[in-house]
Design a protein. Sequence first.
Length: 533
Amino acid sequence: MIVNGLRPGFVSVARRLLMLVTCSAAFAAPGFAAADRVALLIGNGTYGNPDLDLRNPTNDASGLGAALEELGFSIRILLDTNRADFEAALAEFESDAVGADMALVFFAGHGVQIRGENYLLATDYTELTLDEVASKGIPLTDIRDTFDRIKPALGIVILDACRNNPFVETGQAAQGLARSQGGTGTLIAYATDPGNVAYDGIGTNSFFTEALIGHIADPGVEVRLMFGRVRQQVALVTGGAQVPWVEESVLGEHFLDPDPNAAPRPDEIAGEIGAWQAASTGGDRADYEAYLAAYPDGLFRGFAEERLAALGEWMAAAAVGTDLANLKSGDRNKLTVALATLGFLRQTRDAGVADADLDVALSNYVRQMTADGTADLDRILLDAAQVMVILGSTTAQRIRTDMAALASIELTLSMAGRARAELAGLAETEDAARTMLISADRDIEAITAARARVLNRLDENRTFYANLLERGRSDFLPYLERSTAGLLEKSRGFPAFGTDLIGDADLFIRHAAQLGTETPEGSYEWIADFLPS
């Protein structure tokens, strides 16, 4: 199978086993040194059965190891490790990582799921039998338990894996690796989402590890956002055939490169939401005009314009004729989330919201979004779902636009880098080339700055879209499915919904519904729908 010119990293039936694409290198040191950051990297590329050998383990392991050293990690890299050495290295890692701020394990080699357990295979694995998997594989549970005992502030497990194995054909195992949730403070990153295949890449690194090396030292980027960048890059270069997966229960924010000299990046979307909630809570002409002045092309521009238009129609006539006490006696949490989504309440969930604050929010809703002064919970939830769909559609278009921009910038940056390398060679003997080299460096600096701006926007919009999906899945899924009816009509205080957004509205609803299934193919799979054609 070839996808966009990409060939899975296996040829024979045995190779279709599970190619966890990547990694190996020589021992970096005989042991760990005490450090705040400790990493163990194991790359198994040469197995007892030659049909299982992997193509590019050494480059991936050494490249990632070098990147981690630059970030202050004390590292150990093992090459082609049998089970006994694997277990010994893991025990030593546990001993030396106690009290570490960050602890990281990277494994690349073959991995297989058997009866709900994931096994990472040592190089003395040779036979395609379940007993051999159990005897020559390290259960992922052992690594998770190691982190539970170490209790670092942040624990990271990274698996560069194809998650394919021959036992699927015999019905002895499920496709891919099983989903595995680490303990509190642990993040587990997989090269691809459940049930899919990871690819070797067309260069010296796998697509996943290449993206990881490229982004792991992004300055001032929180670790979960960093893995989000890795995910979108892998999706871009594989045309959506591979979408990395993350399971995490991380508390607080953690930075692999905290960039102490940089000012904190403001969350522009959070700032805009705060401004919109302030305008909605005030509810006067001046409040909405202030929002539009600050965010003329904001997410809520259409809502602000519609509510300004309604000031002379509904608001003057709409006395509150709704029994607020009866409304509050229903599903208070859903009511709170809905009012926050509509902008009338700052708190997004019912966690001690005062009755007085809820009364004000309900009164503002009735005054600004009903013509007759009455409301019921079903109507409020449907209105919130419609707002969510409009926001999801608008954000989808922003993501799609910036993904196309990022693809173009990456291509331009790659071409500029190659041209710069040629000029550098010529500059050794030619004065004209030295002058051109200075100009080339300025061009690359400008392209890199543009790339950083696009990545920052994508970070925010990806996160906002994912949060909308989660909120829609958990609180509004039945209402989302009803929400598009009437959106094309200008009514009830909603902006006119153009036909150019209706496709993305349906897409957003489908994404939220996928999150609500028992066995989703991957909660990040939606990113593939925003790739440039």
